[in-house]
Write a protein that binds this ligand. Structure first.
Ligand SMILES: Cc1ncc(COP(=O)(O)O)c(C=O)c1O
Length: 366
C-alpha cells in the first residue's frame, strides 16, 4: 500500500515505541502483552487522533482551507489535538463542544482539554447535549464561507476515510517493528469509538494480508452498531487505498460489553481497573475513553475471549482471564487462539498467521 500518494502533513512523533509489558503479563497470568505507545504521538500530549490529523490536515491544505471546524464532547481528545494541529499549521480552528454529561463541575468544564483548546487558540463554542453536531458544523461552515473563509470540516473523532489512513499507517508501522523484533502477533486490541482507529487498522492489516485479527473494545455504542459503523468506514478506507473488497464483515469484531457511561467522568470502576494495569506497565492512561475499556479489567472475562487451552501437540497455554486493554495492544503469538467473541476457534491453535510469515493468512480468498 502506497500511502505517500495521499496528502499528509508530518507532525506526529513516529514511529511510536512498541514496548513489552512483562509485569502486566505476569499480573494477568499469561499472555505476552506489548503496547504500542500511541500516547506518545507528540501533538499537545499526544493521542490517537494525531495520526488521523496528519492526513486530514494534508487534505485541508491541499484544498486550500484556512479554517478547520470539528466537534466532540467537552473533554474531547480529538478537539484538543485538532486545535494543536491547526495552531502548528497556522490555520484557524473552531471547536464545537457538546455537553454530553450535564456536569457542572468547573474542572470538567474548564480545565484539561478545554484549557488546552483555548491555549492553542481555538474558538470554542459550547452546545447542549443532543444537538445535531454535524448540522451545526455545516451551518458554521456555510456562515464562514459567506464571510470569505475556506473552512474544512472534520467529523467527530477525525473518523472518515481520510483520517483512517493514519491507522493504516499505524498498521504498517506496527508490522515493520514486529518484523524487526521477530515478534509474532496473535491479536491487536484497542479502544473503538468513532471507528476510524479500527477501520484503519483492519484495512491496513488485511490489505497487507497479515491475517492478524483486530479486536475493538467498544466505548460507546452497542456491538452491532459499532461493528456496522467500523465496517462501513473500513470499506470506504479500502476503496481509497485501491484495495476494494479486501475487508470483509468477518474482519470487524467489537466487544461492547464494557460500555458503561458514555464519555463521562472517570469513575471508581475505571480507576480501580486502571491502577494495577498502568503501574506494572508504566504507561498509565489519562483517557476517559480508555477508562471505559479498562472497565472490564476488574471483572472476570465473561466470554472466555483470551482463554488459552492445554492441548496435545501445542505448548502449554495459560488462561487469560481478563480482556486486555491498551491504546493499541498486541499479544504475542505463543499460545492457542480463541475467537475473541467467545465462539468457536476460527483457526487451529497452531496454524495462526505470523508476522514472520507475512502471507500466513489462513482465511480463504484473502
Ligand atoms: C485514547 C483513545 N483510543 C481510542 C479511541 C477510539 O478511537 P476511534 O474514535 O478512532 O474509534 C479514542 C477515542 O476517542 C481515544 O481517545
Amino acid at each position: 500500500m502506497n500511502l505517500s500518494r495521499f496528502a499528509r502533513r508530518h507532525f506526529a512523533h513516529l514511529p511510536t515505541p512498541l514496548e513489552r509489558l512483562p509485569r502486566l503479563s505476569a499480573h494477568l497470568g499469561g499472555p505476552q502483552i506489548w503496547i504500542k505507545r500511541d500516547d506518545c504521538t507528540g501533538l499537545s500530549t499526544g493521542g490517537n487522533k494525531t495520526r488521523k490529523l496528519e492526513f486530514l490536515m494534508g487534505d485541508a491544505r491541499e484544498q486550500g482551507a484556512d479554517t478547520v471546524i470539528t466537534q466532540g464532547a467537552t473533554q474531547s481528545n480529538h478537539a484538543r489535538q485538532t486545535a494543536a494541529a491547526t495552531a502548528r499549521l497556522g490555520l484557524d480552528c473552531h471547536l464545537l463542544l457538546e455537553d454530553r454529561t450535564g456536569s457542572e463541575d468547573p474542572e470538567y468544564n474548564h480545565s484539561g482539554n478545554v484549557l488546552l483548546d483555548q491555549l492553542h487558540g481555538a474558538t470554542v463554542s459550547r452546545l447542549p447535549g443532543g444537538t445535531d453536531m454535524d448540522g451545526e458544523m455545516s451551518a458554521l461552515a456555510e456562515r464562514l464561507s459567506g464571510e470569505g473563509r475556506k473552512p474544512y470540516v472534520i467529523p467527530g473523532g477525525g473518523s472518515n476515510e481520510i483520517g483512517a489512513l493514519g491507522y493504516v499507517n499505524a498498521a504498517l508501522e506496527l508490522l515493520t517493528q514486529a518484523n524487526d523484533m521477530d515478534l509474532r502477533i496473535d491479536h491487536v486490541i484497542h479502544a473503538t469509538g468513532s471507528s476510524g482507529t479500527q477501520a484503519g487498522l483492519v484495512a491496513g492489516l488485511t490489505g497487507a494480508r497479515t491475517g492478524v485479527p483486530v479486536l475493538g473494545i467498544g466505548v460507546s455504542a452497542p456491538r452491532e452498531e459499532q461493528e456496522r459503523d467500523v465496517f462501513a468506514l473500513a470499506e470506504r478506507t479500502a476503496d481509497r487505498l485501491g484495495i476494494t473488497g479486501a475487508v470483509t464483515r468477518a474482519d470487524i469484531v467489537v466487544n461492547s460489553d464494557y460500555v458503561g457511561t458514555r464519555l463521562r467522568h472517570s469513575h471508581g470502576r475505571h480507576v480501580r481497573g486502571r491502577r494495577p494495569r498502568g503501574a506494572p506497565g508504566g504507561a498509565a492512561s489519562r483517557s476517559r475513553v480508555l477508562g471505559q475499556g479498562h472497565g472490564g479489567v476488574d471483572r472476570p472475562d465473561p466470554q472466555g475471549a483470551f482463554r488459552a487451552r492445554r492441548q496435545r501437540g501445542v505448548p502449554a497455554h495459560r488462561r487469560q482471564r481478563r480482556p486486555l486493554r491498551v491504546p493499541l495492544g498486541v499479544r504475542r503469538r505463543g499460545g492457542g487462539y480463541m475467537n475473541p467473541v467467545g465462539g468457536a476457534s476460527t483457526r487451529p491453535a497452531d496454524a495462526g498467521p505470523s508476522l514472520s510469515a507475512p502471507c500466513g493468512c489462513a482465511r480463504a480468498g484473502r
